[in-house]
Write a protein that binds this ligand. Structure first.
Ligand code: AMP
Length: 311
């Protein structure tokens, strides 16, 4: 019985575990722990115990393994293989909205074929983080009976692997992308038109979240739209991982509450945004490692007040 209960909200993330080199107008970091699975799991840990499926190289530091262990992230699906850990370098302009990728070194990801353990195959909530769509699909095919599957991607994959991406889009319940990616995927400038086109690419009754950086997000489902502003922040230091920590907070809350309605997904959007708002206040994952659920709940209440019409 215990096993069945613990499986009911089990959250699995497949994504990258990386060493990031980041330069922003307000700080820099070299070889900092990053990657979509790292940000996602360090955000989701506030709500459930997330499991990571990813690969790292021989150079992956024990210190970084300890970080996951400290926060009770299940790393039994984190493979270590010969070669170097995935590396990514990015630089931000002064307004922090535009980012230039300086380098992407796939390294151990090039030969990565994820094989899920029996327990991971029973995950009910799955997030296919930003990696090759072929890997996303292969993971999904190993899951026995998911309750809710989310997907992230980026321009890198839209430009290089569109047919594979479209194939995996048909299999998920939620796509989370940013505005420029939504435009690129749909070939539509207007986000409302873009959303309509993207929902058609997905299976019936799916959800689409378009992130708009500091301006918040739009969520689409059937004929409903939810428009959430960004949380007002005075000190943004490093936007890296904002998208992944949004997804982690969102999926973590969803897995914990177990309620997949549009109304509850709106709450998940607020939890995701609040979690991401902490992430960007310090470099890399520093702030995600510091925050607690109490702080998240405080900001959730402030967020509600911010958008309350009063009557
Ligand atoms: P975000 O700022 O939420 O878009 O995510 C940034 C993270 O994505 C960084 O920590 C990078 O290591 C990771 N990343 C960047 N490019 C890729 C890629 N092509 N595949 C997988 N992960 C990536």
């Amino acid at each position: 019985v215990k096993n069945i209960l613990s499986n009911s909200n089990r959250l699995l993330i497949i994504g990258s575990v990386a060493y990031d080199s980041i330069k922003t107008p307000f700080g820099h970091a070299k070889n900092a722990l990053g990657g979509s699975a790292s940000y996602f799991s360090l955000a989701a840990r506030q709500f459930v115990r997330p499991s990571i499926v990813a690969v790292v190289g021989e150079d992956f530091k024990p210190r970084d393994l300890k970080t996951f262990q400290k926060f009770k992230v299940d790393i039994s699906g984190l493979q270590k293989t010969k070669g170097k850990t995935f590396r990514w370098g990015g630089e931000y302009s002064f307004d922090l909205n535009s980012r230039t990728t300086i380098f992407t070194e796939l390294n151990v990801f090039e030969g990565f074929y994820p094989l899920l353990s029996d327990s991971h195959q029973n995950s009910k909530y799955v997030f296919l983080g930003n990696i090759h769509p072929k890997l996303q699909k292969s993971v999904l095919s190993q899951i026995r009976q998911a309750k809710f599957v989310g997907l992230d991607t980026m321009n890198y994959w839209i430009e290089r692997t569109l047919p594979e991406l479209k194939a995996v889009l048909k299999l998920v319940n939620l796509l989370v992308i940013n505005d420029s990616e939504a435009r690129e995927l749909s070939k539509e400038h207007n986000l409302y038109k873009a959303a309509k086109k993207i929902l058609v690419m997905m299976k019936l009754n799916s959800f689409l979240i378009i992130k708009r950086g500091e301006h918040g997000l739009l969520m689409f489902h059937q004929n409903s739209i939810f428009n959430l502003p960004g949380y007002p922040l005075e000190d943004v230091v490093d936007p890296t991982g904002a998208g992944d920590s949004f997804a982690g907070g969102f999926m973590g809350y969803l897995a914990k509450s177990g309620n997949i309605t549009f109304e509850n997904l709106k709450r998940a959007c607020v939890y995701g945004s609040v979690t991401a708002s902490f992430c960007v206040e310090k470099m890399a994952t520093i702030q995600l490692q510091k925050i607690s659920l109490i702080g998240i709940k405080e900001r959730y209440i402030k967020f509600k007040a911010l958008t309350n019409l009063g009557a």
